[in-house]
Design a protein around this ligand. Structure first.
Ligand code: ADP
Ligand code: MG
Length: 467
């Protein structure tokens, strides 16, 4: 199977890259349509995932069929297997020997600096891959984040400069801290593919550290962290109270900082406000550039939504963008969530992406009414969706109960939720005003006698109001 995939990479991934990175991976299993590929180090894994995730995914699907995916796992024994497929050595050779052996067997080693690492580093890996979506290109700059953005750019252009080493970015949840730090990582790797950029959440660092103590693999742990070119460490507020981890991190930090390796830290608050953080760490963290990231203002929220819609290749009318941007205002993750949800909902329900759909899809995503006006179209749309009838049906002369009941519900809601007069409601549904009054009265009575109708009215009202 793997051979088939490799053949399919022709024309998808550059031949040299296949030779260097893809072909050396070792297929270990094919389970549940997932091809498991092993590599020797986390850096190889990261490198391949950062560059070839999508392309390799395409090749896998073309070779094996739709629905097939792949996963890369790290197995330090692979390096040996690659060299001596028949006689797999038990323990990796000592560091210098391994390096030499590799030089001999792999003349391209100079351009493959990652591959020589890790044959002797069985450290457990909690480092996470950079998210391929978190690039500078995908980052929308506005007043709220222009400073952190500029700093991140500066760091990407000149990593390690004392003036911005470390770079400390702090701010509330969902405002783009992780995105920015990944963007720096991507830029560094794009400019210098051989650089080792390591991203890790502070909690994973803690876990990895604790495990290394337990498994007596501290050497490997340090080996790993001392040999990277850039450390991205996320959400360091979780170092709070972790004394031993702080001590270890202090050493890692100094080691890297002293050798001019860039460090980027994020936190939900500024260094001096992180609880139970040693003073010496606070002063280190604050010793470079400290920047805060603020909630996006309206224009930035609009721009973010537009960008996201563009990425998703979906047309979103301007009024819908404005509508969402004015109601989801504190957190970019939620802003994106709202848009994703709207797109999914509209496609599932086969509804156009407009304000009505927005209200139906987003409901309590949106806080407050903020001057929103409920229209008869909105009501009609939501009622139609609920009963799976069309607007033509509702406005037609049909009198069968499966149409008449939804029509009466819609009329009732129009009177309840808008300021529109009886005749105008009648006009909208092609009825005269007395029919509307009659319908209203009937539903009114039903809500008093029939629990189901009452519940229905309540649920539709919530959807329409979007509360
Ligand atoms: P934080 O780490 O501050 O909690 P994230 O970096 O995880 O926030 O950002 C949350 C989501 O919002 C991510 O999907 C990210 O891509 C997106 N995002 C944040 N800021 C921006 C921005 N300025 N432009 C585009 N997308 C952004
Ligand atoms: Mg984050």
């Amino acid at each position: 199977e793997w051979q088939k995939v490799l053949e399919k990479t022709v024309g998808i991934i550059h031949e040299d890259a296949v030779k260097k990175w893809i072909a050396p991976m070792i297929p270990v299993a094919l389970e549940n349509k997932e091809l498991i590929l092993a590599v020797d180090t986390i850096f190889t894994k990261q490198y391949i995932e950062q560059r070839y995730l999508v392309l390799l995914g395409d090749a896998v699907q073309q070779a094996l069929g739709a629905g097939y995916t792949f996963k890369i796992i790290v197995d330090p024994a692979i390096a040996d297997a690659q060299k001596e497929p028949s006689a797999q050595k038990e323990a990796p050779a000592e560091k210098t020997e391994t390096a030499e052996a590799e030089e001999e067997s792999a003349p391209t080693q100079g351009s493959l600096p990652l591959a020589s690492e890790g044959t002797h580093a069985p450290a457990p890996d909690d480092a996470t891959t950079l998210n391929s979506k978190y690039t500078f290109d995908a980052f929308v700059m506005g007043r709220s984040n222009q400073f952190p953005y500029a700093m991140a750019k500066a760091v990407a252009d000149a990593p390690g400069l004392p003036a911005h080493n470390p770079l400390f970015i702090y701010g509330g949840v969902g405002l783009g801290k992780t995105h920015l730090m990944h963007a720096v990582g991507h830029k560094i790797l794009a400019d210098h593919p051989e650089k080792r950029v390591l991203y890790i959440a502070s909690m994973d660092f803690t876990n990895e550290f604790i495990r290394s103590i337990r498994e007596k693999s501290m050497d490997a742990f340090r080996e790993k962290y001392y040999n990277i070119d850039m450390l991205l460490i996320d959400d360091i507020q979780f170092f709070a109270g972790q004394e031993q981890t702080q001590t270890e991190f202090f050493q890692t930090f100094n080691k890297l900082r002293d050798s001019g390796k860039q460090i980027i830290l994020t936190s939900d608050r500024q260094p001096q406000d992180v609880k139970d953080l040693e003073d010496r760490l606070i002063s280190r963290f604050a010793g470079g550039a400290v920047v805060d990231i603020q909630p996006p203002e309206f224009e930035t929220r609009v721009a973010i939504l537009q960008k996201k819609a563009q990425t998703e290749q979906v047309d979103i009318p301007e009024d819908v963008v404005t509508y969402i941007a004015s109601r989801v205002d504190s957190n970019i993750r939620e802003l994106e969530g709202a848009l994703t949800r709207l797109i999914k909902y509209a496609s599932m329900m086969r509804m156009p992406i407009d304000e009505t759909t927005c209200v139906a899809a987003l409901g309590n995503y949106l806080h407050g009414e903020k001057g929103r006006r409920i229209t008869m179209e909105m009501i009609e749309r939501i009622v139609c969706t609920h009963f799976k009838v069309t607007s033509e049906d509702i406005r037609s002369t049909k009198r069968s109960n499966d149409i008449a009941y939804p029509r009466q519900i819609a009329m009732f809601l129009c009177h309840e939720l808008t300021e529109v007069s009886w005749p105008t409601i009648g006009g909208f549904f092609n009825r005269d005003h007395s029919t509307v009054i009659h319908a209203h009265k009937k539903i009114q009575n039903l809500t008093e006698s029939d629990g189901a109708t009452k519940a229905l009215i309540e649920s539709l009202t919530i959807q329409i109001k979007g509360i």
